[in-house]
Design a protein around this ligand. Structure first.
Ligand SMILES: NC(=O)c1ccc[n+]([C@@H]2O[C@H](COP(=O)([O-])OP(=O)(O)OC[C@H]3O[C@@H](n4cnc5c(N)ncnc54)[C@H](OP(=O)(O)O)[C@@H]3O)[C@@H](O)[C@H]2O)c1
Ligand SMILES: *[C@@H]1O[C@H](CO)[C@@H](O)[C@H](O)[C@H]1NC(C)=O
Ligand SMILES: *[C@@H]1O[C@H](CO)[C@@H](O)[C@H](O)[C@H]1NC(C)=O
Length: 342
């Protein structure tokens, strides 16, 4: 998302109209909030959850994205269009998801201006060698139908030797991401990427990377965060170190979503607030200070997942404590012979 261009005064009028409408709406809801236990969805002045976070580059990343991992061909395009229609402006994809062409087609057909949408892609493990990065980035760009990404992440702290079957780990590039990072910095300077970050990095690996004389620091770490694996230490450390976390598998991923939505504390919070369990979780993630990337190809769920609201403190604490009082379990934990988590 880039700053608005000149000569878009009709948009400004529309914006003003929207602002006025929002203020009126919030005042009305404020009264209801003061007298009942009803809370405005998304607007109670300073109590509203953030709709975006501002990165060091000045770019604003929308707090809720549509995730498209395992969003099947033939379905992902419609999901993206439904999402954009519903008001999403952030799509979380990756080269390895194999659906960037259909995502790109949907972005084009939606008619939403490119600069209004935040597009993330990720560098797959096969391409960490500096000379392999630009070609595979170009492939993502061309499939997505754009000439820049808002965010490019190193997908895993794991490098494979390119084209080896069976897979072989490249230990030098796995233990030290600096050569990969330097190339990403170069591609930012070249204008093909606006922000760079990492995914599935633990504190030790981020410190190993930032101990180098970086031109651009990692601003984002996309990691698994959900009821089963809430990672409070990583969250605290990331806030202290100016790194925004993005919560992947926020609903426990496909294998556990049913169980996740039936957690008693969450059902209770949903009942009290008159929202759905999925909305409780997605709101909780943003209230914890992370971006959140729920995936759905079901139109009603895509719409449902964007409606977030601040949880009253005692209900937020109820969920936070419940999530932190069992042994953490990961939903996504690939076995590549690299100790990713320690
Ligand atoms: N960086 C990484 O290594 C990494 C790893 C995993 C995920 N991610 C990112 O994070 C995104 C989300 O993670 P995820 O796909 O693992 O899991 P998720 O978003 O936690 O869960 C997705 C599952 O929940 C269902 N669902 C979604 N909204 C629902 C609702 N309101 N009510 C009931 N069910 C609902 C979906 O079903 P339907 O689609 O059938 O509606 C799907 O089965 C991915 O798409 C990807 O962008 C990144
Ligand atoms: C990489 O790190 C692993 C685990 O710490 C270690 O066993 C291995 O010897 C290292 N390899 C290289 C080439 O640095
Ligand atoms: C990062 O770790 C690797 C080995 O695990 C080491 O060779 C390298 O020097 C470390 N980088 C820095 C900047 O400390």
């Amino acid at each position: 998302m880039r700053p608005a261009k000149q000569g878009e005064s009709w948009k400004k009028s529309l914006g003003t109209a929207f602002l006025v409408a929002s203020v009126v709406y919030c005042v009305v809801w404020g009264f209801r909030g003061a007298f009942g236990r009803l809370r405005s969805p998304g607007c109670s002045g300073k109590h509203a959850l953030p709709t975006s976070y501002t990165l060091p580059s000045g770019d604003k990343i929308p707090s809720v994205a549509l995730g498209v991992w395992r969003a099947e061909k033939g379905k992902v395009g419609d999901a993206v269009k439904t999402a954009l229609n519903a008001g999403y402006r952030h799509i979380d994809g990756a080269w390895i998801y194999g659906n960037e062409a259909e995502v790109g087609e949907a972005l084009k057909e939606s008619g939403v201006p490119r600069e209004d949408i935040w597009i993330t892609s990720k560098l797959w493990n096969d391409f960490h060698a500096p000379e392999d990065i630009e070609p595979v980035l170009d492939e993502s760009l061309s499939r997505l139908g754009t000439d820049y990404l808002d965010l490019y992440l190193i997908h895993w702290p794991v490098a494979f030797k390119k084209g080896k079957i069976p897979r072989e780990v490249d230990w030098d590039l796995t233990n030290n991401s600096y050569p990969t990072w330097q190339k990403l910095e170069e591609l930012v300077e070249k204008g093909k990427i606006r922000n760079i970050g990492v995914s599935n990095f633990n504190i030790r690996r981020i410190q190993n990377l930032t101990a180098n004389p970086l031109k651009i620091k990692p601003v984002i770490n996309q990691v698994e965060l959900n009821y089963w694996n809430p990672q409070p230490e990583l969250l605290k450390w990331s806030k202290q170190n100016g790194i925004l976390l993005e919560a992947y598998s926020p609903l426990g991923s496909a294998e556990r979503v049913k169980e996740t939505l039936q957690v008693p504390e969450v059902k209770k919070i949903a009942r009290v607030l008159g929202i759905t369990p999925a909305q409780v979780y997605i709101s909780w993630h943003v209230q914890r200070g992370t971006a959140v990337l729920p995936k759905s190809v079901t139109p009603s769920r895509v719409e449902e997942n964007l409606q977030i609201t601040r949880l009253p403190e005692h209900l937020f604490d109820l969920l936070e404590n419940a999530a932190n009082s069992h042994k953490p379990v990961r939903s996504v934990d690939p076995h590549w012979g690299v100790d990713i988590w320690h």
